[in-house]
Ligand binder design. Sequence first.
Ligand code: MGD
Ligand code: MGD
Ligand code: SF4
Ligand code: MO
Length: 765
Amino acid sequence: MKTRTLSRRRLLGWGAAGVAAGAIGGSARFVPHLVPAAHGQTAAAPAIDEIVATTCSLCVNKCGLYAMVREGVIRTLEPNPTYPKSHGMLCAKGNSAISMLYDPNRLKSPLIRTGPRGSGEFRTASWEEALDHVAERLGAVRDELGPEGVLFSSTEGFQEEFFLWFTKVWGSPNVARHPTLCLASMVNGMFNTFGATPDFDLTRSRYVIMAGANRFESLVNPDSVDLMRGLGNGPKIVVVDPRFTITASKADEWLPIRPGTDLALVLAMIHVIIQEGRWDRDFVERYTVGFEELAEHVKPYTPEFAAGQCDLDAEVIRRIAREFADAAPRVVFYPGRRSSWNTNDTQFRRGIGIINAIVGAWDRPGALVPKAKIPLGEPDIFPPDDIEVGRLDGLEEAFPLANRRDGAYLNIRRAVLEADTPPVKAWMVYKQNPLHSVPESRKTLEMMEKLDFICTIDTQVSDTAWMSDVVLPESFYLERTDPLHSLSGAVPVVAMRQQVVPPRHDTRSCFWIMKQLAERLDRAEYFDFTMEEWIEAQAEDLPVSLEELRRKGYYADRDEPVFGKTLEEGYRFRTKTGKIELVSARYAENGYDPLPVYRPPSTVPSGRYRLLTGRTAIYTHSSLQSSRLLAEVDPDGPNLWIHPDVAARHGLEDGQETGIRSDFGEATVPVTVTDRIRADCVFLPHGFGHQSGLLPAWAQRGARSSDLIGSAEDRVTGNAAMHETSVELYPVASRPHAAVRTAAAHAPHGAQALPTGLRHEGGAS
Ligand SMILES: Nc1nc2c(c(=O)[nH]1)N[C@H]1C(S)=C(S)[C@@H](COP(=O)(O)OP(=O)(O)OC[C@H]3O[C@@H](n4cnc5c(=O)[nH]c(N)nc54)[C@H](O)[C@@H]3O)O[C@H]1N2
Ligand SMILES: Nc1nc2c(c(=O)[nH]1)N[C@H]1C(S)=C(S)[C@@H](COP(=O)(O)OP(=O)(O)OC[C@H]3O[C@@H](n4cnc5c(=O)[nH]c(N)nc54)[C@H](O)[C@@H]3O)O[C@H]1N2
Ligand code: SF4
Ligand SMILES: [Mo]
């Protein structure tokens, strides 16, 4: 087996620069004049000793920021005004980072379980002991079942590459990453149309349709910032959403669609555009295949048909289709991000790809833009071959076109549950909270019961960590240096995340943890490098120095998107035919509809409502509900949205608690009575109802959405289909309003058993 060595050449420079990350000479001179400018201030900047450029990690967006340090303490975080992905934005979540960093109740050291799983009985342990323990348990599973006996789960983040690297060199094909809970269907739909996943030039667009994508609450940058900046003089924005979201409230038009029917709308719009001759003939001719078949295919999808499905007005559908086509090519029918909605989701996203393609909204100003990426140097490591033996997700047969590196979450869980003897016996979880993020938590709990060993690497005792055998605390992002990260986009960037202050507690980086485990499990040769050497190798071919990167926080090779490369003579799209595929050759080959066929969502039995899920503006999934600061400013809370008609039917008043039950579980939750939602569905904000006794009381408000949502899957990717579940409401005895409850009272297995000092100080009301 070939192993790696880092070339000496790559070792030079980093050490010479003397960078104990965080102590960065020169940056203080560079930044202060930029920061006030970003805020339109003229007053002198506050007295600070040091300014460190770094990258927020509190959600997927990776916004650029400057940390202002005085006397070794971070005083404020300021958005990096020039960073191309966030353009001077730092959201509420990002700003909560300081309060999280200095929270006295943080997870401070490794924990080892001492009582029954879920009892909350842990003791603190040294790293030495905790790592020895993890290594011993993983080693035992490897001896019994082989390396494939360990399941690895993780969510994106800069340090995730070391977790994935460990997985690879360990040799397990059993990986469950977050995309099959999130964007897998959108990516697949776009890729099988354009051979690429696009970004968007929203600043130059004239007409933008957002189906669901809630950009003013579910922030995705630079899209959210670009749309906000454009309000008033930017594109016309049409929001299609069963809820009147903040995004809808800022839009020009809101279409309160019946959930799960969007593909009918898209097909009807294509029908109108073709029937009325409004497509871009030249573009379709030169760059696409399958137009004739498409024209035939959409004939039955009239606006009247869609109106019946979507509960919208046929004339409105016609008008929107015309306006969209007439404003083309500076238009974007936005394909969304969290596309884990329905079982036909990938076909819906394909429909969006197609409508953009036929009006020529591709690789031009104001339209969809293929993403570019700045290549990073690769350390000289020769990884072992991918192992496929013992693969549990069954992708080959079930989802041949799905991304093999991400797995299929629900399929893996099913395989473990259905096997007589468990094919995996250990679970390593990094930066992920599957008890919240994976539908049907009771099955996840069942799977946990079948496993001998669970280790979670987190920054807090999440519900998943609470059920684990060992919890390893990663340092907070402001306390660590991560590898460089190349973010693809219309304007690609290389982002730098560097340590601002040293770790406050006995925490470590994922890199360090993986290296330690590798050393204990005879994989040391694959981790024979330091973080500094890794970064050095990554930066080797960049045209900027590491010093410059550290000072600025990022590197970008352009200020503006470059348009038209894929439209040049001879360019071959990365599809089977080399063209933009209106008819998908790969889908046809694999037994899927080559043109998107509308299939209605699951029926909702009478007396029930479709359950919708999603996020609110100030939380990231289930990760920030523990922030006291955010809980105090939270405008939305964990409440279930219900329409006034629904409230009247059940005799519910605003703020009152209701029981909510699906075929998969039940919960109690307060309601918000609002006509900002349709009457045939209810909306449960995601990420509340924590059960870990080591999280504060305010994190326990509301209901855990994964307790209610069933395990439906998208047909093409295996992406979870989270909006196929229906619920009923039932009365519950009125309880005092649950804004602040004691942690002990609501911890499922009695937090009393916790050693003193572990329990959350803010828990008592
Ligand atoms: N019901 C429902 N389910 C959903 C969704 C939904 O809207 N509703 N959304 C889906 C989507 S789009 C996604 S992307 C997934 C996300 O699913 P997850 O990735 O599971 O998201 P989180 O709930 O934020 O859990 C992240 C965990 O990582 C921890 N963490 C945060 N920062 C760090 C760090 O620096 N290091 C380490 N080691 N840990 C850290 C947090 O404390 C938290 O426990 O959920 C999906 N599931
Ligand atoms: N504040 C905040 N921002 C985030 C995140 C976060 O956790 N918090 N997470 C990030 C991540 S990982 C992701 S994936 C993105 C997700 O960003 P989005 O894709 O925007 O996801 P959601 O918040 O789930 O919002 C989905 C919207 O779709 C609507 N909807 C539900 N069903 C239907 C339907 O059938 N048709 C239509 N047209 N609309 C429907 C819902 O009412 C909701 O408003 O957000 C990112 N940004
Ligand atoms: S959107 Fe907010 S939480 Fe997410 S990276 Fe940007 S500042 Fe951080
Ligand atoms: Mo996501």
